[in-house]
Design a protein around this ligand. Structure first.
Ligand code: ADP
Ligand code: ZN
Length: 288
């Protein structure tokens, strides 16, 4: 049996087909331009696999995940205007009448990490991506947490670091977590790309403070077995010890957590987390 995956990102769509053991049969990357152009290539790709059983889609968002909603399966209020209110899932269903799993890109990556990555063997985890934006996927008892919509934990409030005078760059909240700690926020604060700041720069201590605040909140609210961190900014591996140290100070022993080296972890699947999660979600959806 073969299954499909679409990791729909703001810069590229990655589509793949695999067998039930996740052995990849084919994988392509398509630039995210207009829905017409990008989706034409997506549909062409899957037309090559008429025997496909189910497709898992992890999309950039916000997206409508409420099955009772009239606009279920759409991308909703994205700043990528060509994609706002785009009925993604409907378009796929018009072309391929099969089973689908539909969730956010970060939820898909969280699912990949808990089944096959850094949180494998656990039944709960929080996965946080720190890249162009900040997003979190929360899994409890092997289920992706959803309410009236998906969590938007990248936009929680945080306390400003006393040495930080950056106004923040979230268009909705200015100095929320994403506004202060995303890759572009680091870049704007120091008039440089986050990629080229020296590993000993004070930027990383401030970054670790903000991420540790978010991880403390996650720990207090969710009590996950693992917290997994991914995304471009987390390629700065010096952040991990800084985050763990700050986390310990902020939590101040109030909750006895697992050993922090086993609790706050780098992602294991890297750029494949989302795609792996989409495939696993497709397989799950098919068997349900
Ligand atoms: P996206 O979030 O767009 O899917 P990434 O997770 O790669 O993609 O995030 C891109 C952001 O991460 C950019 O703001 C970039 O500056 C930052 N980034 C990418 N690589 C690094 C790195 N090695 N060190 C620090 N920041 C990085
Ligand atoms: Zn915000």
């Amino acid at each position: 049996m073969i299954f499909g995956a679409i990791e729909a990102g703001g810069t590229k769509f990655v589509c793949a087909v695999s067998d039930e053991n996740l052995s990849l049969i084919e994988r392509i990357s398509i630039p995210t331009t207009t829905p017409d152009e990008t989706m034409k290539a997506v549909i062409q790709f899957f037309e090559g696999y008429p025997e496909i059983k189910a497709i898992g889609i992890g999309s950039f968002g916000p997206i409508d995940i409420n099955p009772k909603s009239d606009t279920y399966g759409s991308i909703t209020s994205t700043p990528k205007l060509a994609w706002a209110n785009y009925a993604f899932l409907d378009v796929m269903k018009q072309h391929f009448d099969i089973t689908y799993a539909w969730t956010t890109d970060v939820n898909a990556a969280a699912f990949g990490e808990i089944k096959k990555g850094a949180a494998a063997g656990s039944s709960s985890c929080v996965y946080i991506t720190v890249g162009t934006g900040i997003g979190a996927g929360i899994i409890i008892q092997d289920k992706i947490i959803e309410g009236f919509s998906h969590p938007e934990a990248g936009h929680i409030g945080i306390k400003r670091h006393p040495d930080d005078h950056f106004e923040g760059n979230c268009p909705y909240h200015a100095d929320c977590l994403e506004g202060m700690a995303s890759g572009p926020a680091i870049g704007k604060r120091y008039c440089d790309s986050a990629k080229i700041l020296d590993p000993t720069h004070q930027a990383w201590e401030i970054e670790a403070d903000y991420l540790a605040q978010a991880l403390v909140a996650m720990t207090l609210i969710v009590s996950p077995e693992k917290i997994v961190l991914g995304g471009g900014v987390m390629k700065q591996t010096q952040l991990f010890p800084l985050i763990r140290a700050r986390f310990k100070t902020l939590l101040n022993g109030y909750v006895v957590t697992p050993n922090l080296e086993d609790y706050i972890l780098p992602c294991a699947l890297g750029d494949n987390a989302g795609l792996t999660g989409c495939l696993l979600l497709a397989i799950d959806a098919y068997h349900k």
